[in-house]
Design a protein. Structure first.
Length: 154
């Protein structure tokens, strides 16, 4: 009898609400500084990016409110579920992001978290501008129109 592996080879967790709330200007892929059991929970797919956001502290980029559930097999060595985690980017990318963040209405939003081909956890972050209510309504209308056209095609 083959034992089922609870760790997924492909992890691709998206923040679906982000594309509805923000208009993306730039996208970057950043590494995450993790503690022992966090990577195991990520491989199990127990991550939530719903309330997560990024900010700068002393020239370094951090992600806050990203919820990684505690690993069930760990005893007392488990991690804190919503601690702030450092994001790893090149100095050039960090400087570019920090300078653009001074513009009014821009924010850094985590879009998705995934495991790359080398087995490392990565976060795709986007520099985004918040959408207004009328922009959101237009997106909904476009989505509905596309759905109707797809329905007519079949």
């Amino acid at each position: 009898m083959k034992k089922e592996n609870r760790f997924s080879k492909i992890v691709n967790i998206k923040n679906r609400k982000a594309s509805f709330e923000y208009e993306f200007l730039d996208k970057y892929v950043a590494g995450i500084s993790l503690k022992g059991t966090e990577i195991k929970s990520i491989r199990e797919g127990k991550v939530s990016l719903k309330e997560a956001f990024c900010y700068f502290k002393r020239g370094e980029l951090f992600i806050k409110q990203m919820h990684i559930s505690p690993y069930t097999q760990a005893a007392h060595f488990n991690h804190d579920a919503v601690r702030e985690r450092k994001l790893l980017l090149n100095r050039k990318e960090l400087d570019k992001l920090e300078s653009k963040l001074t513009e009014k209405g821009l924010a850094i939003i985590p879009v998705r978290i995934f495991i790359n081909d080398r087995g490392l956890a990565k976060v795709e972050i986007a520099l985004g501008r918040g959408k207004k209510l009328h922009d959101k309504r237009q997106d909904i209308k476009k989505k509905d129109a596309k759905r109707e056209l797809d329905r007519m095609a079949y």
